[in-house]
Design a protein around this ligand. Sequence first.
Ligand code: NAP
Length: 450
Amino acid sequence: MDRPLRVAVVGAGPSGLYSADALLSQDEVAVMVDVIDRLPTPFGLVRYGVAPDHLSIRSVREKLDGIFDNPGIRFLGNVEVGKDLTWEQMEQFYDAVILAYGASRDRELGIPGEDLPGSIAATDLVNWYTGHPDMPPDAFTGLLAGSRSVAVIGVGNVAVDVTRVLSKSPEEIEHTDMPEHVFAALRASGVREIHLIGRRGPAQANWTTKELRELGELADCGIVVDEGAQVDDPASVAAIASDKATARNVAVIEEWLARPAQERPRMIHVHFRSRPVEIRGTGRVEEIVVERTTLDDEGRASGTGDLHTIAVDVVVRSVGYRGLPLDDLPFDGDRHVIPNVDGRVVNGSDVMRGLYVTGWIKRGPSGIIGTNKKCAVQTVSAVLADASEGLLERATDPDPEAVMLALADVDVVDHAGWRRIDAAERSLGEQAGRARTTLHDRSDLIAASR
Ligand code: NAP
């Protein structure tokens, strides 16, 4: 090819940015990359997923930001593919498109009462407390102020994050970058009791030990394991013996079990072997019905028929994320991913030439941020191999300026615009004695980018 390969990466989260980095860090094929995001800001789940009090994980964005220092990359924020740029235009401007738009929706429990007011998705709560522009500022203010007891369903890291943020005292979160309205709502929160509910045992939980330990180290909040913590079944014994991380998790739970009874202003109650079967209430959540479970030799849970209820005002469903289909592209509705072979999108047995996936929309919502690096390298290897074979000279209008002309009526936020948003957030934070305060309103973000 006698011009650089034009690649669009759709999604400026870690998986998208790691792909851009992998494309620009090789010298086999000359590449120019546009990273497109429907949000005015880059970093995806690092900004709108990682808990605000996990400052060291959030600081990954400084590293991701450095990727934009390469002259071969542009950020096109506040641009929605399928709307601001049609798929026909994408084919016109780019030789290859890497979809890295993640898995933004919640998985459902599929039990009666799930839609009652007061039953909320962890994805929405996380988006709200991190200041996502799609969440109204008052989305949970009234609910938190009027609630005392919350059930969090699921025992993964998101459930741990949500439980911790709701259990911390105002002083413990004061230094974070949450928007002002979130601080105000959490200060006024009436929540004093959180029930963390897992359908299997401590040896089957999905959390990581570091995150789990934090729940037992909160200033104003005690923790007690209420039920189902036994690990003497064959599946748990085998899991503990074969996996060090599982053994460490179980040791944390055992340490909590051994603690003397605590009287604290806030309490976390952990329930294992408890499967939610119904959410009940008249006009809003009032209680959750759980069924005690037993584990088979493979560690799978089945109900025992032994039901009991826990009185709660709010149910937070934290049972995993789910990717969404995109326009007419093929979609695996069971795994909620775009079907692919090593990152090349496939429709049945046909490869969709020029179309690739990476991150959660490629492999499902699992792994830590770093997992996306390896995943991106695999996808980029496929792109480069196809380019080297001459399969990707497809763009009919590869001039980088042609894209900008097509977006003339859109408030595109480029990287310099993001840097201005960054400066505005730092300055807002400084006024309150913090490193940063997140701007949440889309029009404020656009204004700050100017
Ligand atoms: P996850 O790790 O997949 O955990 C989902 C939890 O929901 C599991 O405990 C699962 O139990 C449970 N569950 C699923 N369906 C259920 C049902 N119908 N009823 C009751 N429980 C049900 O998902 P996640 O917590 O959303 O996290 C997503 C990914 O992001 C993970 O890889 C996580 O480690 C990562 N993450 C990492 C951090 C961090 O490193 N600090 C923070 C946040 C997220 P079963 O096992 O029984 O299915």
